[in-house]
Design a protein around this ligand. Sequence first.
Ligand code: SAM
Length: 254
Amino acid sequence: MPEPRLLIDQDLHAGAEIALDEAQARHVGTVLRLDVGGILRPFNARDGEWRARITVREKRSMRVVLESLLRQAKPSPDLDLLFAPVKRHATDLIVEKATELGARRIRPVVTQRTIAETVRVDRLESIAREAAEQTERFDTPEIFDAVSLVRALDGWDMARPLIYADESGDEDGKAWGGDSGRARPIGEAISAKSEKLALLIGPEGGFTPEERRMLRAMPYVIPVSLGPRILRAETAVIAALSIIQSVWGDWRGA
Ligand code: SAM
């Protein structure tokens, strides 16, 4: 089994002696049962990943000394996830999976049918941190407070196409908006050219026809279909991010 990774928000360099915070020291000593002489892999987005040896273990503290650089840091693709917060468990899952799948920023947006209007950023940050440690990435996604969809779109950076997952057709009275005006399949609609990208996934109740018209009128919005089945919001996030990473992001040539 590879040595455990630990995200450390301090400068990492050869010979540095690092004090783990109390929660990390408890995790390494009690859960992972590592003692003096044990090897860890501290990392961060600036200084990369290091091999470190535990030199001091006390009840509530632990010190490690950095021995050698294992990997230079590499940023995640410049990919934002905008999603409408859903129930707590599903929101947690979205943050964990978006971290595993390499989103660089996570931006909760409140739409007309969103059921949860706030998120606990600190909670989501700790979920993202744990997922980043497990998933061998160097950075953790930046997590923002929830804002309204309109505010999120205000002043949008035109160089960042917004991939909008839209399952509906244009006919408001019909189930799923009928068949006309359906978006193109995601794999055909996105191009590998732009340097940055964002993905927008709606709430369990979907976007209102008004929001859909507003989104489709934006020049930077690319509506996409995720196939003939209606996916739960969390499934849609996972499916769309996977396709984006394989067509546009860092799954190419990986
Ligand atoms: N419109 C639905 C409703 O009224 O219950 C379902 C919304 S779906 C559960 C949640 C979100 O996932 C949608 O807003 C959309 O962004 C995305 N989504 C789910 N299935 C999709 C599909 N087949 N194509 C495109 N987007 C999809």
